[in-house]
Write a protein that binds this ligand. Structure first.
Ligand code: FES
Length: 264
């Protein structure tokens, strides 16, 4: 029997219906779009507030490191950006974590499906007539993801320092902790786990090696990162939601709406 040669002019199956799936395939992209849009709306609002981002000893992760001369007293690690910058200091730093998330392999899948419907789900036709993937402008810039990883790791170090500094009381005496300390510490841990589970990070550690046997340490690290990598999606969501909640917590305490319970 002769195999039928594929017709190069026919790119899609000849099915009139958009999908034959009987299940509620639209729930996952709808929830994903809802959470992503809610985060974008909240983080944009919070970044432009330029207020209530610091209450001793807590600094919102959206404003850390606070680099502008205009940063409120006590919030700044180093004020290297002069008076010429009159906008919110959050705008100086958010471009790096946002760039890291925007180009993340997992988030790409999430927002291609949920926001661009390309495709919205498996076995559901997309509304677009052509597909060029990430081979052309502007999506070819998604390939810079690995370069966003390096500043993301630097930010994690800074947020870890913030977590250590949070073990002080409002008078900045060491050896104290409140609910804010716990919130800021969990936020830093989740951001580390998200970054270390990154596909690019896994490749940097274990990629381009011909023999793992000659690199036992890298093999060990790659094995551990591979376990984390399997949880990348969960860590992406947990760290995204928690970083927003951390800013909200600091904001509520700084504005006097709630008080920070003290543990010790
Ligand atoms: S692949 Fe998601 S952070 Fe790198």
């Amino acid at each position: 029997m002769t195999a039928l040669a594929p017709d190069p002019a026919r790119r899609r199956a000849d099915i009139a219906a958009r999908t034959l799936r009987p299940d509620r395939w639209w729930v996952e992209p709808a929830v994903t779009a809802g959470v992503l849009l809610a985060f974008i709306a909240y983080s944009t609002w919070a970044a432009f507030q330029n207020a209530n981002y610091y209450v001793a000893p807590y600094l919102s992760p959206f404003y850390s490191p606070c680099l502008a001369v205009s940063c409120v007293e006590g919030s700044s690690h180093t004020r290297i950006v002069g008076q010429w910058f009159s906008l919110s200091p959050a705008l100086l730093v958010l471009v790096f974590p946002l760039g890291f998330r925007l180009t993340c392999y997992y988030y790409r899948k999430a927002y291609y499906r949920s926001l661009w419907l390309s495709p919205p789900a498996c076995a559901v036709a997309e509304p677009h007539r052509s597909y060029t993937g990430e081979t052309r402008f502007p999506l070819i810039f998604q390939n810079v993801h690995r370069y966003f990883l390096y500043p993301a790791l630097v930010f994690n170090v800074i947020l870890t320092v913030d977590a250590v500094l949070a073990f002080r009381n409002a008078e900045l005496e060491w050896g104290h902790a409140g609910l804010g300390t716990l919130v800021i510490t969990v936020n830093a841990v989740l951001l580390w786990l998200y970054s270390l589970s990154c596909h690019s990070c896994r490749h940097i550690i274990g990629g381009r090696l011909n023999h793992f046997s000659k690199h036992p340490l890298r093999y060990r690290a790659w094995t551990e990162l591979s376990k984390l990598n399997q949880r990348h999606m969960e860590l992406a969501w947990a760290s995204l939601v928690f970083v927003g909640l951390t800013d909200l917590y600091v904001r509520l305490v700084a504005s006097g709406i709630i008080t920070d319970p003290t543990f010790f």
